[in-house]
Design a protein around this ligand. Sequence first.
Ligand SMILES: Cc1cc2nc3c(=O)[nH]c(=O)nc-3n(C[C@H](O)[C@H](O)[C@H](O)COP(=O)(O)OP(=O)(O)OC[C@H]3O[C@@H](n4cnc5c(N)ncnc54)[C@H](O)[C@@H]3O)c2cc1C
Length: 489
Amino acid sequence: MIVTKRKSYKKATERLFESLGDRKVILKGDQKFMASFDSSKLSFEYDALIRARADKDVGIVLKLANEYKVPVTARGAGTSLTGSASPVIGGWVLDFSRMNRITIKKEKAMAVVQPGAVVGVIQEAAEAKGLFYPPDPSSLKYCTIGGNIACNAGGMRCAKYGVTRDFVLALEGYLPNGEKVSWGGEYKKFATGYNIRDLWIGSEGTLGVVTKAVLRLLPKPESRWTCVAAFETERKALSSVKALLGEGATPSILEYLDENSVYCAEDIAGVRLFKEVGGKPLLLIEFDGSRDELKSAKRIVAKWAKQWALAFKDARTEKAAENLWEVRRKCSGAMFAMGDAKINEDIVVPLESQLKFSDFVRRLQKRWNLPMPTFGHAADGNFHVNIMFHREDKEEMHRAEGAVSDLMKKVVALGGTISGEHGIGLAKSPFMRVARNEAEIAAMRAIKKALDPNGILNPGKLFDVFEVWSRKPVKVALPWDKKPILRKD
Ligand SMILES: Cc1cc2nc3c(=O)[nH]c(=O)nc-3n(C[C@H](O)[C@H](O)[C@H](O)COP(=O)(O)OP(=O)(O)OC[C@H]3O[C@@H](n4cnc5c(N)ncnc54)[C@H](O)[C@@H]3O)c2cc1C
């Protein structure tokens, strides 16, 4: 099916405005424009921005949307890197930034939160009560729990603690037809019918809209220990990961930086950890837990480092730990010296395929003649391949797209998958058929049809790209970026 030109939802929008008023429904201006795109920088025209303040607003919006078949895109902070929060076929954007209440229930070790609560703020609120919310996407200062749940966000601490899904006990929200539902409650066990909570998690706002979540919290770890090791080669660094995990070590963080990423941090950003062996691939490792647990971790790591590492350093103080982190923090921004645009992929490969994957990335860079600094979460095989190019240079941009296509096919061939944490959205939907077979896509579509028969929730995402790709993104000049990257039809 080819979608025709964007419809105007004039009548529906008038009724929406009558129901919610001008404080909640914004029809023009900067605020509305800023919600026309997310961090993918794909911007689309749409009819109304809705600033929800209470659950019942959401019910009203969805009931009307269903009646008039208006597309609705839920929105947290708009940090999605895939276009999942961009309103690709127009309609309404339902913004949750005003619904951001957080209640920490210490005796239950739970947080009850509204979807617009910022993840970093939830973490701080938990820590203030001696508790701990582990999922830590790098965007945590801005992104919301609603967006994290919808994308099943990950982060560095996944190595030990897992992803957002592992901390969601219950969800409350609305079906696309505007009926209120809750999947679970403030309890840790439920065996009461289908687990639709888990279907909503990672569904990128296509199956339901979250208005409340109950999160599991852990006791705050007593202390942490950070160390970094440099290796002769990338192969050696990655082989050592398997060896370390094989020794029974359970690092909370195990970050890998390839030679290109280290070059960015050291030669461009000027952070040098090892004067004697600069430029070598690194592993940045952190353990947390009780003092006894850290003692045993230190023993395992000392033996391991002797066998595998070219150089090794650990941090005795919090400040020293922060210094070790500099290299990882600075490499990402420094990459822009290699090109003013980056496609940041977040593929996953199983542990046993990591060496083949690293060899492949080297070949990929040669084949497409583009730098691709790669770093990531080595313990769970979730690597960020950063394909750098110059946006002015059309030919370079085509090469970058060619490289993405090769990468997607290869990770699937290596037994991995095309996204570990950012999700599919628009950017990766052309590759859903690489990652999923026809039967799997048909099953997903059947679920979508059953829960959202009118197809109003975030249409055009996940597997619908073929249906909407005929619509051109609108060219916009962003305040910080005069020339956004626009995908071709
Ligand atoms: C600098 C940077 C670093 C990042 N690092 C990481 C990282 O380490 N790990 C990681 O996983 N991601 C990372 N991301 C990606 C992004 O931050 C995550 O995908 C995050 O989960 C998006 O949250 P958000 O609040 O911005 O959601 P948005 O971008 O607004 O929306 C994302 C999706 O969630 C849906 N949604 C939002 N609210 C609701 C709701 N209430 N109900 C239903 N659906 C909803 C939207 O429709 C959309 O599909 C990074 C992004 C940036 C820009």
